[in-house]
Design a protein around this ligand. Structure first.
Ligand code: BEZ
Ligand code: FE
Length: 325
């Protein structure tokens, strides 16, 4: 059967009708492309503005301020330090390792903040003292909220190690009036440089920590061991960074205090021994001059017997002044 004749329509060859030569079109004036609004597109020059402008009308104001400020400084850091792609990836992996080292017993992110001086900066800016109140310093990772409560004068050194020390003082307000009933929580590392929580089964539980209550004149007292310096946990990524920077991991010898009373700001602080070789090289920058205490040696057999310490003994007198909120 003969095939029906069909007109072939070629996509390439236009039909005769359409291929007829058109009269030359009038030359249109070449329009310049409209200027684009470049604020949508990322440029090195405008990187901060571009990122900051993405948040919407309903953004939380404080969050926006914090994130915008972070972006501003992080972009400035990148522009100045110009990390390579490998260095950027190292940073991502490093922070991932820090995160993996965080659990109920270990907070590597806080430790990172501590060794970078961030914790001390935040802490100090938030607790600027006005008129003679006791200065604050870092909390550290070894505080436990449920340490045992003791009568004044009790001995918190349960492992019997170290040089005995008598600690006494008063809790006062800025006008020098006693704050009766103030709660004084104390904790410290032992003679070997470890907190009880770092040596479960080696040290007695709750070794070198306790809670005391100021009497009607604001007095508190207890027996402890002369503090020794110790290294912060440095077996993780923070330790690696300290090694790479040739920095020491040590904290100068100290005794932690957390003092609270209704109507007053809670005070988190330490006292430092005056003879520690690490005073000027604290791995977490926690030393403030006003927190270096005088530890004296007392040679008084009768007094030693009265407080239950061998003669001679070390003693420190430390008054704590709380501020109003
Ligand atoms: C501490 O004093 O217990 C401490 C503070 C910051 C980091 C590590 C330890
Ligand atoms: Fe400590």
């Amino acid at each position: 059967m003969a095939k029906p004749v069909t007109k072939k329509i070629s996509a390439r060859k236009p039909a005769a009708k359409t291929s007829a030569k058109k009269p030359a079109a009038k030359k249109k004036a070449v329009k310049k492309p409209a200027k684009r609004d470049m604020s949508y597109y990322f440029t090195v020059k405008d990187s901060v503005k571009v990122v900051q402008s993405r948040s919407g009308k309903r953004a939380d104001k404080r969050t926006k301020f914090l994130v915008d400020t972070l972006v501003k400084h992080m972009h400035a850091f990148v522009k100045e330090a110009r990390p390579t792609m490998d260095e950027w990836m190292y940073g991502i992996n490093y922070l991932t390792r820090v995160g993996h080292m965080c659990n109920d017993w270990r907070q590597e992110f806080i430790l990172l903040s501590d060794v970078l001086g961030i914790s001390m900066l935040v802490e100090t800016l938030n607790h600027e003292k006005m008129s003679g109140e006791t200065e604050s310093t870092v909390l550290g990772p070894f505080y436990i909220p449920d340490a045992p409560a003791y009568e004044n004068g009790a001995n918190i050194c349960l492992d019997g190690k170290g040089e005995p020390v008598w600690v006494q003082g008063r809790v006062l307000n800025a006008k020098g009036k006693p704050i009766a009933g103030a709660k004084i929580e104390v904790w410290q590392a032992n003679e070997d440089g470890f907190y009880d929580v770092q040596q479960k089964g080696i040290q007695p539980d709750m070794n070198l920590r306790g809670v005391f209550t100021a009497d009607k004149d604001g007095h508190y007292s207890f027996r402890s061991a002369y503090p020794r310096h110790y290294p912060i946990p440095h077996d993780g990524p923070v330790g690696d960074m300290l090694t790479a920077l040739d920095r020491n991991p040590n904290r100068p010898a100290h005794l932690h205090f957390m003092v609270s009373a209704p109507g007053y700001e809670k005070l988190i602080t330490h006292i430092f021994t005056p003879d520690c070789p690490w005073l000027k090289d604290d791995a977490v920058f926690g030393v403030k001059e006003s927190l270096i205490a005088d530890f004296t040696t007392v040679n008084d057999a009768k007094r030693a017997e009265g407080i239950g310490l061998p003669n001679p003994f070390r003693m420190v007198e430390w008054n704590v002044v709380l501020s109003k909120p």
